[in-house]
Design a protein around this ligand. Structure first.
Ligand SMILES: NC(=O)c1ccc[n+]([C@@H]2O[C@H](COP(=O)([O-])OP(=O)(O)OC[C@H]3O[C@@H](n4cnc5c(N)ncnc54)[C@H](O)[C@@H]3O)[C@@H](O)[C@H]2O)c1
Ligand SMILES: O=C(O)CC[C@@H](O)C(=O)O
Length: 308
């Protein structure tokens, strides 16, 4: 009897692939290579992805035997969840797998931005030593605004209250009591925009959140603002943000995510007040192992239930 085909189209740790191998024909492909992806899913029962693969209508329509799309991570914005479910395909993610890694990375970006660590390191590597060029600011006493107080947002709040930041948050699905548990004060969207010294974004990308921070929202922030985005590109309008950074209407930004990745044509690249990283929030061994295992276990459960 032929074994069920499982396609893995983004890198997963070998230890997680080893758990799959005895149960299936494992097909490793590059999800960014559309032709290869489309050909590979034609007889697949399961597809495991990270953020590099677009699981859109075309891919799903090409995979009539598909039973599950498992996202080894959190964001499902690269999966057409509505169409998948209407076609009877289960869609799962790995909600808690990388929360701590992203929160720690966010803290790193806040500190690096306020203290100009990356620019200063580059400066020294070029043989320079102008200490006065990198005068920074303390976190303590500054107001941290958190947009989206879910798993990552809450872990960021816990960590940055320890740095004596005053933490405020906007999230319509969270109560004041839940916010208080992690040391955050729930405020309106407008208060978040107008009073944050550092504003960090931790919400999913969806039609409702795309462009949530556009020209008019960015016009209301403090000119000294440091904007941090480890959630998704496109939640902030990149053209509006680039214009504000160029005009000094926003002091700096630390961005781990871009509307297009890699961000070949982003207006934010090469600005001196932008610290850009290549979608590294979940880039730790522990997070990738947890995310990969969670996706693999979801696939194995579905295969077992379906008897394939
Ligand atoms: N950079 C990375 O590697 C990386 C890793 C993990 C997650 N992420 C991104 O971070 C996002 C958040 O992750 P999470 O685990 O905290 O998700 P989560 O679902 O636990 O939390 C998201 C929160 O956003 C809130 N929210 C939704 N719409 C909102 C709005 N319009 N205004 C304010 N709040 C709103 C929700 O109520 C929820 O509390 C993910 O969806 C993903 O896109 C990025
Ligand atoms: O695929 C990755 O490692 C990025 C994961 C991250 O963006 C997520 O949403 O979990």
């Amino acid at each position: 009897m032929s074994r069920p085909v499982v396609v893995v189209s983004d890198p997963l740790p070998e230890a997680t692939l080893a758990e799959l191998r005895p149960h299936c024909e494992l097909r490793l492909v590059d999800g960014r290579d559309r032709a290869d992806l489309l050909a590979s899913v034609a007889d697949a029962v399961a597809l495991i992805v990270r953020s590099g693969t677009q699981v859109d209508h075309e891919v799903l329509a090409q995979a009539p035997a598909l039973k599950i799309v498992a996202r080894a991570g959190v964001g499902l914005d690269n999966v057409d969840v509505t169409y998948a479910r209407s076609a009877g395909v289960t869609v799962v993610n790995a909600p808690d797998s990388n929360t701590v890694s992203v929160a720690e990375f966010t803290v790193g970006l806040v500190i690096a931005s306020l203290r100009h660590i990356c620019a200063a390191a580059q400066h020294v590597s070029e043989g320079e030593w102008r200490r006065s060029a990198f005068m920074g600011g303390e976190l303590a006493g500054r107001t941290l605004g958190i947009l989206g107080l879910g798993r990552v947002g809450r872990q960021v709040a816990r960590r940055l209250t320890a740095f004596e930041m005053h933490v405020i948050a906007y999230d319509p699905h969270v109560s004041a009591a839940e916010a208080a548990e992690v040391g955050a004060e729930l405020v309106t969207f407008d208060t978040l925009l107008t009073t944050s010294d550092v504003l960090t974004i931790h919400l999913p990308k969806s039609p409702a959140t795309t462009g949530l921070l556009g020209e008019s929202e960015l016009a209301r922030v403090k000119p000294s603002l440091c904007l941090v985005n480890t959630a998704r590109g496109g939640i902030v309008d990149e053209n509006a943000l680039a214009a504000a950074l160029k005009d000094g209407r926003i002091a700096c930004a630390a961005l781990d995510v871009f509307a297009e990745e890699p961000p070949r044509a982003s207006p934010l690249l090469h600005l001196p007040n932008v610290l850009a990283t290549p979608h590294l929030g979940a880039g730790t061994d522990s997070a990738q192992l947890r995310a990969g295992r969670s996706a693999v276990h979801s696939v194995l459960r579905v295969l077992e239930t379906a008897g394939v």
